[in-house]
Structures are given as C-alpha cells and as structure tokens.
Design a protein around this ligand. Structure first.
Ligand SMILES: [Zn+2]
Length: 391
C-alpha cells in the first residue's frame, strides 16, 4: 500500500512538472489544466443581481453546505432577500431526531423562508461495511419508513429527497447494488402520494461520468480532478438502466408526484426528457447545476421550457456563492451570449460558456414560483407572505 501511495505521489509530481512545461509558450504544447482562454467576443451583457419575480428554489442543501451555523443561515437569508428568493427547500431533513434538529435550526427564526424534505435512513444503526445489518433489509422497513414520513408530514415536512447513492451506492446483503425499482420500496412511494408530498429523486449522473476518462470525454478536465465521480466500468449499472428503473417507479405510482432532479439527470438530451414528460404526467423536472448544459443548447432549452412550462420548477443545488445565482437569472431572463455559468475558474463542469434563453414573463413566473406553489405543500402561503413583504 505504501508503494501505491509513493507511486501516486510520484505521478502527481510528474503531472505538476508536466503542467509547468506544457504551458503553450514558445512553441511548447499546452496542458488542458492550464488552458484558460479569455473571450474576445464583445456583445451586450446584462449583469442581473436578482430575479425578475419571486423564486422558490426547490433544490438546496442547507445542512450539507452550511451545517447548522447560525451566522451562515443569516447570510443565506440576506442573500435570498437580495436575489428575490422567497423560499428555499432544504433537502437535508433526514428523519426522526435529526429532522427535529434541522427544523429547529431553520424555523426558530425563518419559518417563512424554508421548507424541508425528509430523507430515508437506509442504513439505520447497521454497520457501513455489512449491508445485511442495514435497516432497509429488515422485515417491515418500508412500512416503518412510511410511518416515519406520516409523522414528519404532521410536523410540517413538505417532501422526500432521494440521493444518488440509491442505485449507485447502497448494497444488498449479497453485495449487489440496491435496485431503484425493487418492489420492497413501493410502500414508501405510495405513502408520499397518499400524503400529497412530492419525491425529488436524483438518479444516475451526467452522461460523461459513465464514459471512459480519455481524450474523447468532454468533461475530462473535471473528471481528471475528481476521478471518483466516474461511474464507468463493469461494477456500475449503465446510466440507461438506472434511468429506466426510476421511470418504472414513476409509472407504477401515478398518484405520487416525482421531481426528476437535474432535469431528470438527462439535460444533455432534452428530446428524451420531453418524451418522459409526455409519458409520465406525474413527472416534474428542475435545472439545479445544469444551466451549464442547458445554456449551450439555448434554442432547444428555450423550446423545452416553454413547451413544458407547467412541469418545470426552479432549483440550484446551492447555497452557492451569490455570483453563481446571478448566472441563473441571466440564463433564464436575458439574450446574453457566451457568458460564464460559474464563478469558478476553470468552470467546473466543462470548458465552455452559455447563452441566455430570454423566457417570456408568464413562463418565468410558472418556473420561478407558480408551479412550486401548486405542487409542494407549504410553498403557496410562504410565497404570498413574501410578495406582500416586498410590495
Ligand atoms: Zn443536490
């Protein structure tokens, strides 16, 4: 193992040295890692610092990103005020005691500004390396979870969030991956329909993460920095298998509303997502962390957003630095061309720029808050309160 570590270190040093040498100067080759081109295009730029209408962000991770830091929460609410974000959805509610803690933290002072989703405790007190001890493999797990959700909803919880490890990480006692459409979980999906709360589900990941990390991968630069984000190889199901399994669950539970996180994780292929939206009337989508994809196909994105305006919500995957939020407003509201989608350099998801899609006001309103108010319990009254407060 020490030898392994040594080798890794040597490789890292070699790469660093290579980067110094491959600087593109004086006829030398250029490493992708140091390529940082500045555009010479000069077009109109509309640096928006807030949304045109009130916004409901249906995808934020208040606990994972800020923990329970009071000052960070104050700063977040101040940023929401500046950007006209009425409500953020914290997807990190968990269940039981941890849920109580999270609700206390958010609602002690900002009950009007946050709604909370619960999560499923698949592992329980089981040991991480022995799936046979996990809660989800014990008799009656789904029924117990359904009960937990019932009391969470009584407590004010607005939905259920399913993380991407479902399908790509959690394991059965025999070592195989837990299947998304395993009928054992059906009572959980069913109770969400019964309780009238949506399930926001993250399934699979960007298409490039399922391809080899080589010279043909358009996200090589990102994957070379995060090789652990790759799901390429025999040990993982294919992306299609995962998305199909999720779609089977959506088809099997027509009374339950599902929000496919990150444009149902297929923002690279809006024609297929359109087919899903046609086929499954209980599917909704949101664009968290995907303006990078949507903004490089502005004509398709604009058509898609207008056509399915009643089924699209707004989400960011934040809290992010404020600058990144501003790119969302620019993407949805302007005709700006070839601008950054992230405050980071190099841009984290790929070395490209995006275009604004200039949505009409009535579509913006639906996506920003009207659809969320229709779909998600607890949103409507909060948005109304917020609108009154800024009048
Ligand atoms: Zn997320």
């Amino acid at each position: 193992m020490d030898e392994e570590a040594d080798k890794r270190e040597q490789n890292a040093t070699r790469n660093e040295n290579a980067d110094c040498v491959l600087d593109g100067r004086d006829g030398r080759e250029l490493s992708v890692r140091v390529f940082d081109p500045r555009t010479q295009i000069k077009t109109a730029s509309t640096p928006l610092t807030h949304a045109k209408f009130p916004v409901v962000d249906v995808h934020t991770h208040v606990f994972y990103r800020l923990r329970h830091n009071e000052k960070a929460l104050d700063d977040l609410v101040a940023m929401m005020d500046r950007n006209r974000i009425a409500v953020c959805t914290s997807l990190d509610g968990k269940l039981g005691g941890q849920l109580e803690e999270h609700l206390d933290h958010l609602w002690k002072r900002y009950r009007d500004r946050f709604i909370v989703y619960a999560n499923i405790d698949w592992r329980g007190d089981g040991s991480s390396d022995d799936p046979s001890t996990w809660a989800c493999h014990q008799q009656g797990f789904a029924e117990r979870t359904a009960e937990g959700l019932r009391s969470a909803v009584k407590r004010g919880v607005s939905g259920l969030k399913i993380f991407k490890r479902f399908g790509l990480g959690y394991r059965n006692p025999d070592g195989s991956l837990v299947k998304i459409d395993d009928p054992r979980w059906d009572p959980i999906w069913a109770v969400c329909g019964e309780l009238g709360i949506p399930v926001i589900i993250h399934t699979a990941d960007p298409a490039a993460f399922f391809e080899p990390i080589d010279a043909t991968n358009e996200r090589w630069e990102e994957l070379s920095r995060h090789p652990d984000w790759s799901f390429y190889g025999d040990e993982y199901p294919s992306r299609e298998e995962l998305l199909d399994a999720r779609n089977r669950v959506i088809a099997r539970h027509p009374k339950t509303q599902f929000i496919g996180a990150h444009i149902a994780n297929n923002s690279e292929d809006l024609r297929t997502v359109s087919q899903w939206l046609e086929r499954y009337p209980n599917l909704w989508v949101e664009p968290a962390s995907r303006i990078s994809e949507l903004g490089r196909q502005p004509y398709s994105s604009r058509d898609f957003m207008i056509r399915y305006a009643d089924r699209i919500l707004f989400g960011t995957d934040g809290p992010w630095p404020e600058k990144r939020l501003h790119f969302y407003w620019r993407f949805f509201e302007t005709r700006d061309e070839y601008f950054d989608y992230s405050e980071k350099s190099p841009p984290p998801q790929g070395l490209w720029h995006i275009y604004g899609i200039d949505l009409p006001d009535e579509v913006l309103k639906k996506i920003y808050f009207e659809n969320a108010a229709r779909l998600i319990p607890g949103v409507k009254s909060r948005v109304e309160k917020f609108r009154k407060s800024i009048e």
